[in-house]
Ligand binder design. Structure first.
Ligand SMILES: Nc1ncnc2c1ncn2[C@@H]1O[C@H](COP(=O)(O)OP(=O)(O)OP(=O)(O)O)[C@@H](O)[C@H]1O
Ligand SMILES: [Mg+2]
Length: 221
């Protein structure tokens, strides 16, 4: 599903944000990405989702070599991925319903199907009453759950989630993880960056640890 070969990413002149990263992730794996602030987690996500180019090395995602992906192919490539951004990136001038619906609109789904899927997911994350609200009127944790619903609604092959439970209390955080694991059982691949070591429970998947841009650990929980 994902393969990295000797990936380097350098922003400035001298310091590597990512250093010689090589690993493979199979379809359906649940992978946590951990490491201190500044270790390179978000940078890695930007590379895997073709938001930024690598400085050297190769990345293959779902059969695409990102180096040879033409600009015109990028939007189609991204439809295979559901993103939960570290800062949510909800559209302020759209309601909760419209934010979650967006990936389905892009995929040209029927209005009836969109309505059914969005409402079902909003119910799952406990935000049915907020469908017609605008993001600015929601708490941080509520906005985070909307961002999670938007990432899942079109049932993508790969979910990339950057600190998805960062603003959630332990109960909500557990319910989101449960939702993720249910999706994972259907073959969805998950890549989840987290600082919350409570999430790393036995049997829950694989952990990749980054430190100063390098992979320092790769283990199964
Ligand atoms: N656009 C950029 N320009 C220059 N340096 C950058 C840029 N983006 C990230 N970096 C640097 O790359 C390094 C890795 O940053 P990154 O955001 O990937 O860390 P992170 O592991 O996601 O941290 P956090 O846990 O705080 O989110 C940092 O030292 C950061 O300063
Ligand atoms: Mg980050």
């Amino acid at each position: 599903m994902i393969e990295l070969k000797h990936i380097y990413k350098t922003y400035g002149a001298d310091r590597h944000s990512l250093r010689d990263l090589s690993f493979q992730i199979k379809q359906g794996e649940f992978v946590f990405l951990v490491g201190p602030s500044g270790a390179g987690k978000t940078t890695l996500f930007k590379l895997i989702s073709a938001y930024e180019p690598m400085s050297s090395g190769d990345i293959l995602v779902s059969g695409h070599n990102l180096k040879t992906l033409r600009p015109g192919q990028v939007p189609f490539f991204r439809r295979k991925i559901g993103f939960v951004f570290q800062n949510y990136k909800l559209l302020k001038n759209k309601t909760v319903f419209e934010n979650v619906e967006l990936p389905l609109v892009i995929l040209d789904e029927d209005a009836d199907v969109r309505k059914e899927k969005v409402h079902a997911l909003l119910a799952r994350i406990g935000l049915s009453d907020y469908a017609d609200q605008y993001p600015d009127f929601l708490s941080g944790g509520e906005q985070q759950r909307v961002a999670i619903a938007r990432a899942l609604v079109h049932e993508p092959e790969l979910i990339i989630a950057d600190e998805p439970t960062g603003n959630l209390d332990p109960v909500l955080s557990d319910s989101i993880m449960k939702l993720f694991f249910e999706f994972s059982k259907t073959g969805t691949t998950f890549l989840v960056a987290t600082h919350d070591h409570r999430l790393l429970q036995p049997g829950r998947g694989r952990v990749l640890s980054l430190e100063r841009g390098a992979l320092v650990e790769d283990r199964w929980l």
